[in-house]
Design a protein around this ligand. Structure first.
Ligand SMILES: *Cc1c(COP(=O)(O)O)cnc(C)c1O
Length: 367
């Protein structure tokens, strides 16, 4: 039995979530986003599970290397693109499709004597992060089509506010991208998880306008069972949580009313009680921003964090009559304790919590 915190990954849930998204977007091809170690879920096991994905999207060349070393030979797309000529050579050697979002990257492709194969041009339709503005798209497309190294040019754009179905930015971004796509006869890619689950009917404008068969979707967080939409849990959207983050009690001790617990004495008991010490801390990815009062699940009941999270340990109030013992299992998040709600307590998003798990103990993969 291990006493350290560890993630238990249910690969069948990843499969279920993939299928749910595919069923909602019939006819499209799926670029499954596995950047950030598959959002903390293990990039290689997740990629092996997603046999029906048409491509994997990554954010670092090291992620491409990990996939290729594991024998995964599907197309890979490097979302941020390359940052140097050397990176372009490395990407080509790894058989990675690059994104292009700046002038320098175009020049490297113009000078490239090898074959870069498929290249994705990023169009900035309003996020103002990466990409060329829609107004210059025609010129950039012409230049890239002249590059000998580019055998297949495709377009993509990224939504900024799709997590809020009431926000009209997404429709404006869709309209802008529709205009660019109308003059373009290659494949196009849109839609993170939030757009796929929150803007399905708006997205159908693309298939209506140009046929579904050139459309690639890019789900990430939803594959892992986490809701991309504000105020909704993954379960409400039909998704299954793929990660259970769990640990064990390593000490149980009585405290008297007035006793302080943990660093800085940030919490003190207002009544006699029993404190449980859990083997998890910010060194495991259970962030220090998790405040007192955040729930954990122990022996079928919710108990609150008390005091500050330390690197390896977390204290909880088990209640005066607690019969929990050292060694008992503690669930930090999972199906019965949505990571979305823990994120809300911590003032962050579930993306950060699952991606931030440090895996000091190797994760366990269940089929
Ligand atoms: C991360 C990312 C995605 C996936 O986003 P989710 O919200 O996790 O679904 C899609 N496209 C791009 C460009 C990304 O960077």
């Amino acid at each position: 039995m291990t006493f350290g915190a560890r993630a238990r990954i249910r690969l069948s849930a990843v499969k279920h979530n993939f299928q749910l998204i595919k069923d909602k977007s019939p006819g499209t091809r799926v670029m499954a986003v596995v950047k950030g170690n598959a959002y903390g879920h293990g990039i290689v096991p997740v990629a092996r599970t997603l046999k029906d994905a048409d491509c994997f999207a990554i954010a670092r060349l090291s992620e491409a290397k990990a996939l290729r070393d594991a024998g995964i030979d599907k197309p890979l797309t490097l979302l941020g693109g390359v940052l140097s000529r050397d990176d372009l050579s490395r990407a080509i050697a790894l058989g990675v499709e690059v994104c292009v979002h700046n002038e320098e990257q175009i020049r490297w492709l113009e000078d490239c004597r090898g074959s870069a194969g498929t290249v994705w041009l990023k169009i900035d339709t309003g996020m103002n992060r990466l990409g060329f503005r829609a107004e210059v798209a025609t010129d950039v497309i012409t230049r890239l089509r002249r590059c000998v190294a580019v055998t297949d040019l495709r377009l993509m754009t990224h939504f900024a506010n799709a997590d809020d179905p009431g926000d009209d930015t997404t429709q404006r971004q869709i309209d802008k991208f529709l205009q660019v796509a109308a003059d373009f006869d290659g494949d196009i890619s849109i839609a993170n998880s939030a757009a796929l689950l929150g803007f399905a009917s708006a997205l159908s404008q693309f298939s209506d306008a140009s046929g579904v068969d050139r459309l690639w979707i890019r789900p990430g967080i939803a594959l892992y069972g986490v809701s991309p939409l504000h105020g909704r849990t993954g379960a409400e959207l039909g998704l299954q949580a793929a990660m259970q983050f769990e640990s064990r009690l390593v000490a149980v001790k009585p405290v008297r009313s007035g006793d302080c617990v943990g660093y800085g004495g940030a919490w003190h008991a207002t009544h006699d009680s029993v404190i449980g010490v859990v083997s998890v801390g910010y060194g495991d990815g259970y962030t220090r921003y998790i405040p007192a009062g955040t729930p954990l699940l122990i022996n079928g009941r919710m108990v609150p964090v008390v005091g500050r999270i330390s690197m390896d340990l977390t204290t909880v109030d088990l209640g005066e009559c607690a019969s929990d013992r050292s060694g008992d299992r503690v669930i930090l998040w999972g199906t019965d304790l949505p990571v979305e709600s823990i994120a809300e307590h911590a003032g962050t998003v579930a993306y950060q919590l699952v991606t931030g798990v440090t895996h000091r103990e190797a994760p366990v993969f269940d089929q």
